[in-house]
Design a protein. Structure first.
Length: 571
């Protein structure tokens, strides 16, 4: 029996495992949405397509399964771009059905016509038109396979009139998702083992590519007395219950995370593509293991680059290396790690009743959030508070925009996660700037009945940028925000809100907010003068901040300099 292309596309998406489609309907996509309405796919009607793309990505990042966005030709599909970019970077398998003007008008600058292929090709694993009705199932299935196996975005472009064409849909195209194991060859393994045996101090630097290799890494660390540093994205998988963990490297990291790499004779990086070259140890030996050969040596000069999956390679390496007895390197880093943790704990104490430090809020959230909560943060300072102050325990999941670094992702990504896991507590840690960027989609929470918990770090500023400008010795410009009471805004949208301005009011409000059955927002006025302290303070940063101090005083803003010092250094 022949079916129209819209039905075939919808059916192929369902067969590939998709459960939800995020978007806004309109002319060129209307036949597709009609087919969605007749299917088991749930349509999530957002107010801005960018929020839909973030939500689809949040869902897929958490589940590892396919989600879908669908947009009208031209502006409708263009609005997805930033959210699609985010998913492509973080590896969330999303298919975008980008519709286009009718084939009869294509190529003549028809209203709303844009060249979808040129736009989406640069941030997708697959980007193709359905050029003939008989291609519909094949193209959609291959798109899904690319998104699921290469991990990222696939785009299917469909002219509006194509959706109504019919085909007998006779071929049974299917998604294949193999899971091969992969490790370096025996000679390479022996070379790696010899490097380990020849080094007195070995450290492991593990990234998201090592997400399923926690046990094998711990076996290795135990045998060669190595501390394990991890990237921020690997926190949820590698931090819990790991006696070798010494934290995170990089500007958002901690002292032990940086020093464990600097002090090692050999660093083994595993599924780790951390981008900041200055945070790799100089002149020491680095052996890099990655499943993607193009990643070898692209962030730092390395001594040995091998292709393999982290789990299989580490399992094969452990029996090849000699046991080490000297624990001094591991001990030193663990001691520093415990000092770093105490520092975070101390930052979270609230001694000044007139202020709420954001770390105090994050520490309290860590205590009160469910054991299996899913926590998503925005770009900006909230991601730092999440990374440093909210503990991983093996059941909690985390997501923040560390690769694409976009504002506004937190609330909609968390919305997607909550739709996928309606029985789990899902919390978005939002910046006031970021939340207001896609504020219209607060309405989606009510309309689609998404019981998300929003925590707003209300600092009346683009805080992270303010800090960047000051550390560079600039007087901050254009970073102030004039905000409403977000609790009242939540109530106006139709859900519950709490607004807190003093530290002693926070605990009861947070309890009520987390207990609330339905979407709820907790608006916390936090200290605007907060600096994110790097693991090691560079002389240039001190000089820059001092220069800001001088310039601000000359600008008549002496009070702010006093507050900055008082709130960050005199606690
Ligand atoms: C879409 C987008 N625009 C601008 C930026 C630059 N930027 C990075 S963080 C930030 C400030 C974020 O402010 P807010 O959400 O209030 O978080 P805060 O740092 O104050 O906690 C800005 C403007 C960005 N990363 N993404
Ligand atoms: Mg802010």
């Amino acid at each position: 029996m022949s079916k129209n292309v819209a039905q075939i596309v919808v059916d192929a998406l369902e067969k590939a495992g998709a459960k939800r489609v995020y978007g806004i309907p309109g002319d060129t996509i209307n036949h597709f949405t009609t087919a969605v309405a007749k299917s088991d796919l749930r349509w999530i009607g957002v107010r801005h397509e960018e929020a839909g793309a973030f939500a689809a990505g949040g869902e897929s990042y958490m589940t590892g399964e396919l989600s879908v966005c669908a947009g009208t030709c031209g502006p409708g599909s263009l609005h997805f771009v930033n959210g699609i970019y985010e998913s492509h970077r973080n590896g969330a398998p999303v298919v975008l059905i980008a519709s286009d003007v009718a084939r009869t008008e294509s190529g003549f600058n028809f209203p709303q016509e844009v060249d979808q292929k040129k736009i989406y090709e640069q941030h997708s694993h697959f980007c193709e038109y359905i050029s003939h009705p008989s291609q519909a199932r094949r193209i959609v299935t291959k798109a899904a396979q690319a998104a699921l196996t290469k991990k990222g975005v696939a785009v299917v472009i469909v002219n509006g009139d194509m959706f109504t064409e019919t085909d007998d849909d006779a071929m049974d195209w299917q998604v294949h998702r193999p899971h091969p194991v992969c490790r370096p060859n025996d000679t390479e393994m022996a070379e790696l083992a010899a490097l380990v045996d020849g080094a007195a101090k070995v450290s492991v630097y593990a990234g998201i590519g090592a997400r399923d290799a926690r046990e094998e890494i711990m076996d290795f660390c135990k045998k060669v007395k190595a501390p394990m540093v991890h990237t921020t994205r690997a926190k949820e998988f590698l931090e819990p219950d790991n006696p070798y963990n010494v934290g995170v490297n990089g500007i958002l990291g901690n002292k032990a995370g940086v020093e464990a790499l600097e002090d090692a004779d050999l660093v083994i990086t595993l599924g780790c593509d951390f981008a900041y070259t200055q945070y790799y140890p100089d002149a020491k030996k680095i052996a890099q293991i990655d499943i993607d050969p193009t990643h070898l040596g692209r962030r730092s000069a390395i001594h040995l680059g091998l292709v393999g999956d982290a789990k299989t390679t580490m399992a094969a390496l452990v029996p090849l290396v000699a046991e080490k007895s000297d624990e001094s390197h591991l001990e030193a880093q663990l001691t520093q790690w415990h000092e770093d943790l105490q520092g975070y704990e101390k930052e979270g104490e609230e001694s000044d009743p007139s202020l709420i430090h954001p770390q105090f809020v994050a520490n309290m959230l860590d205590d009160k959030a469910a054991d299996d909560a899913i926590i998503v943060s925005d770009a900006g300072t909230s991601m730092v508070w999440m990374l440093r102050h909210v503990r991983a325990n093996g059941k909690r999941r985390f997501l923040n925009t560390l690769l694409h670094g976009t504002m506004a992702s937190g609330m909609p990504q968390a919305m997607g996660a909550k739709l996928a896991y309606p029985d789990r507590q899902v919390i978005a840690m939002c910046g006031d700037g970021s939340l207001t960027m896609l504020m219209g989609d607060l309405l989606t929470l009510v309309q689609e009945d998404v019981a998300l918990k929003l925590l707003v770090f209300h600092n009346n500023s683009f805080g992270f940028v303010e800090m960047e400008q000051r550390v560079e010795g600039l007087v901050d410009h254009f970073t102030g925000l004039h905000n409403p009471d977000f609790a009242k805004l939540a109530e106006a949208c139709g859900f519950a809100g709490w607004h807190v301005e003093t530290a002693d009011a926070l605990a009861p409000a947070m309890d009520a907010w987390l207990r609330h059955d339905g979407p709820a927002l907790l608006d916390v006025k936090v200290n605007q003068m907060e600096l994110v302290m790097p693991p090691k303070i560079e002389a240039s940063q001190v000089a820059g901040t001092a220069l800001f101090g001088v310039k601000a005083v000359l600008d008549g803003r002496a009070r702010e300099v006093v507050d900055l010092l008082r709130n960050n250094f005199l606690r």
